[in-house]
Ligand binder design. Structure first.
Ligand code: GDP
Length: 470
């Protein structure tokens, strides 16, 4: 047990870095803004640039949580807001308020945390500040000087303008916020990421809100005891202790905790904040039975939160698809879907033998779309698919009477002859070009022109997925 002495109440308070979360509509510039903030940090520059390995980091005396931008991560985003002290709502000045902006406003208001608005992309000629102001007003976000008291900064994350002003506003808000904390007090740390690492075992990244995590300490997660073997900071350096406001990766856990779980130094305080979608074994008739596997507990939760209602979860767990999963699927007449994980070759063979449908995905939308199809009875159960590569459609070129798809390959590769999908439409790659050259294969990181046969509809921003059907 942790025997750390508790300090009397009147000695308690010391200021800690505020924990900040960035929310907003996809493509409004959250990632670019976080990058711009990171680059303003002198210490980080002197260190030679941050190689960030965990989902939270510190710059300029502030702690930032990286939140995935995809709408399926709503749940994680709302956790982000709950763990955070201050939220930055990013609104692109050319796009103004969009559906995920509205959802973010709701999350922030429910979390009851102070927030400010970063009006981004002000460098664009289409930037329309007045429209943003009035659209925000419609959602009861009243900016300072415009009838309300919500601070805002006009920024261009891309050109790095307005970033200092934004950071100054955050610091001012942090000074005004009552960030009570006590390094010697009860541990309160919230898990923001977790995964099962094949070499290092269960891993979690937590942000400490109160108390201190230290190597050798016994902690409780969801009432399960663990002993901290090592702590790693956001730059990948080992830490002896992580005090209030500090994010750290924790090694030595006995379980993979769910995202949002609280770490405590005594069992009674370690209540999980939500149902994490842990293993369940009830089987209902007439619904689709599913075994879901993913790389992290956060991904599992995001998927579970968005699943069609008529899906019956047999089991969810972190890690690669194993033979045991296939056997469980066989006995429960379930399908297995995996997100961002592999299937072991033993499991693959077993699935073919037992005719269990196994599919893996790198894109959450794709998994959810297909799950919806499967729940509607549209998946052929004997098929098994492997994702060979994914890319984003970044351009479109006319070619004779056809449309050539301009793709940036993001993972794996695209190759001539591949089966591909855009949204739920299927086609095949007829030819590939890089510049003027016809090629057979294009690897991740490169851009190419793709001619599909048959032609299918697409839009810039859509994902393209190459897959192998066996
Ligand atoms: P996120 O989905 O909210 O994380 O958005 P990203 O940070 O990925 O940005 C989406 C797109 O907007 C990218 O192409 C960025 O380069 C672009 N972008 C981000 N900030 C700015 C900005 O201040 N000005 C302009 N012109 N483009 C920006």
């Amino acid at each position: 047990m942790n025997t750390t002495k508790k300090t009397p109440a009147h000695e308690k308070l010391s200021s800690r870095p505020p924990i900040i979360v960035v929310l907003g509509h996809v493509d409004h510039g959250k990632t670019t803004l976080l990058d711009a903030i990171r680059q303003t940090d002198v210490a980080a520059r002197e260190y030679g640039g941050i190689t960030q390995s965990i989902g939270a980091w510190q710059a300029d005396g502030l702690t930032f949580i990286d939140t995935p931008g995809h709408e399926a991560f709503t749940k994680m985003r709302s956790r982000g807001a709950a763990v955070a002290d201050i939220a930055i709502l990013v609104v692109a000045a050319n796009d103004s308020v969009m559906p995920q902006t509205v959802e973010s406003i709701k999350i922030i208001k429910e979390a009851k945390i102070p927030y400010l608005v970063a009006i981004n992309k002000i460098d664009l000629p289409e930037a329309n500040f007045d429209k943003v102001t009035s659209d925000l007003l419609r959602h009861e976000v009243m900016l300072e000087g415009y009838g309300g008291d919500v601070p805002f900064a006009k920024v261009s994350a891309k050109n790095k303008t307005g970033i200092k002003e934004l950071l100054d506003l955050i610091k001012l808000m942090a000074d005004m916020a009552d960030l009570k904390n006590d390094p010697q007090g009860d541990l309160e740390a919230i898990v923001i990421e977790s995964e099962l690492d094949h070499r290092r075992g269960p891993l979690a990244t937590a942000v400490v809100r109160n108390g201190t995590l230290s190597v050798g300490q016994e902690i409780f997660i969801e009432d399960k005891k663990s002993k901290i073997r090592a702590l790693i900071d956001y730059q990948g350096k080992p830490l002896d202790v992580a005090g209030p406001g500090t994010p750290a990766e924790i090694l030595g856990l006995s379980v993979v905790p769910s995202v949002g779980a609280a770490l405590a130094d005594h069992p009674a305080g370690a209540k999980p904040q939500t149902d994490s979608g842990q293993a369940r074994m009830t089987i209902k008739e007439n619904s689709l039975n599913l075994i879901l596997k993913a790389d992290t507990a956060g991904s599992l939760e995001a998927i579970v939160a968005q699943m069609p209602v008529n899906v019956n979860l047999i089991q969810t767990s972190v890690g690669e698809i194993s033979g045991a999963d296939v056997l469980l699927a066989k006995s429960t007449k379930a399908i297995i879907l995996g997100f961002n994980i592999k299937i072991s070759s033993e499991a693959q063979k077993l699935a073919e033998l037992e005719k269990v449908l196994v599919r893996t995905y790198k894109i959450i939308y794709e998994l959810l779309d297909e799950l919806t199809d499967a729940a509607a009875g549209q998946l052929a159960p004997q098929e098994s698919e492997e994702i060979l590569g994914t890319g984003q459609i970044v351009a479109e070129f006319p070619y004779e009477k056809l449309r050539v798809v301009g793709v940036r390959v993001s993972q794996g590769r695209l190759a001539r002859g591949d089966n591909v999908k855009i949204k739920s439409q299927n086609s095949k790659i007829k030819s590939l070009r890089v510049g003027k050259d016809e090629v057979n294969k294009v690897e991740a990181g490169k851009e190419c022109g793709v001619l599909l046969d048959p032609q299918i509809d697409f839009r810039i921003g859509d994902d393209i997925i190459a897959y192998n059907r066996s």
